[in-house]
Design a protein around this ligand. Structure first.
Ligand SMILES: NC(=O)c1ccc[n+]([C@@H]2O[C@H](COP(=O)([O-])OP(=O)(O)OC[C@H]3O[C@@H](n4cnc5c(N)ncnc54)[C@H](OP(=O)(O)O)[C@@H]3O)[C@@H](O)[C@H]2O)c1
Length: 255
């Protein structure tokens, strides 16, 4: 990870959960991390925590609602002005709403598409353009996908979510191919976890306390740090090694 010291990483969804754990690891390795989310206060607390641990890296919190392309583009122009550009883009922000395919609300589907698919694609494009204009040839795009991007589980609550994550699988491989065509050494990777204990399930089941309470008790889930460790593994691999996808489940998870 030494070569990433002082370099700039954008981590979306940095306020809690997997994103916050990724931020901590990258700061520990000396990276300058721009973290974005809607909850600025939580990111400010995280930044103070990172600082108090005395590592050479830093978290710069940036309030951004990824539903809005305008806000995303504004964030990239601010990063350009303040930090020159993005060397590593970690598309982590994501969410699910329990809106079934046969009876769910369009607004919930749209929110999932906007954040999980469109914002990820806009950030990827902008990060690549930022690398290209600065002749950065060793950058990295990392998408936090899901096992739900690889198989469809028998739960109407996550069928649409699963479709957005299948899109992430296709987008990661598509980006890898376009990077090859552009003759760069920039890498594209996705990480596909099974159940991880975060705010994901409580948010998904905010209207169903039983489901929320049961989400992480059936077996020992992954912790956010397990996924963050996978991120530093793919980033830390030698420059000629491109890891396409890491699929990781809790040992006791069946599907
Ligand atoms: N937890 C799991 O079991 C699991 C399993 C597989 C994959 N994943 C994936 O892992 C990624 C991270 O999820 P998590 O488990 O860490 O969930 P989480 O604890 O709910 O965190 C989600 C993050 O996304 C951010 N976010 C959501 N909507 C946003 C918006 N409109 N604009 C900006 N930021 C937004 C949230 O920040 P604010 O609310 O502050 O905006 C938060 O920081 C997601 O892509 C998820 O699909 C999770």
């Amino acid at each position: 990870m030494d070569r990433w010291k002082g370099r700039v990483a954008l981590v979306t969804g940095a306020s809690v959960g997997i994103g916050a754990a990724i931020v901590k690891e990258l700061v520990r390795y000396g990276m300058k991390v721009v973290g974005c989310a809607r909850d600025l206060e939580k990111m400010q607390k995280l930044a103070a925590e990172c600082q108090s641990e005395g590592h050479s890296g830093v978290l710069v919190p940036f309030k951004c609602d990824l539903n809005s392309e305008e806000e995303i583009l504004f964030m990239f122009s601010a990063i350009k002005a303040q930090h020159k550009g993005v060397d590593v883009c970690i598309n982590n922000a994501g969410l699910a709403h329990p809106e079934s395919l046969l009876g769910g609300k369009t607004s919930g589907w749209k929110n999932m598409l906007d954040v999980n698919v469109l914002a990820l694609s806009i950030c990827t494009r902008e990060a690549y353009q930022s690398m290209k204009e600065r002749n950065v040839d060793d950058g990295h795009i990392i998408n936090i996908n899901s096992m739900s991007g690889h198989r469809v589980v028998h739960s109407t609550d996550v069928h649409f979510y699963s479709a957005t994550k299948f899109a992430v699988t296709a987008l990661t491989e598509g980006v890898r191919q376009e990077l090859r065509e552009a003759n760069t050494h920039i890498r594209a990777t996705c990480i596909s976890p099974g159940v991880v204990k975060t705010e994901f399930a409580p948010r998904l089941y905010s209207q169903n306390t039983d489901k929320a309470a049961g989400a992480y008790t059936k077996f020992k889930p992954l912790e956010a740090i397990d996924v963050a460790n996978a991120v530093t593994y793919v980033l830390g691999a030698p420059p000629h090694v491109q890891i396409g996808d890491i699929q990781m489940r809790p040992v006791e998870q069946v599907l």
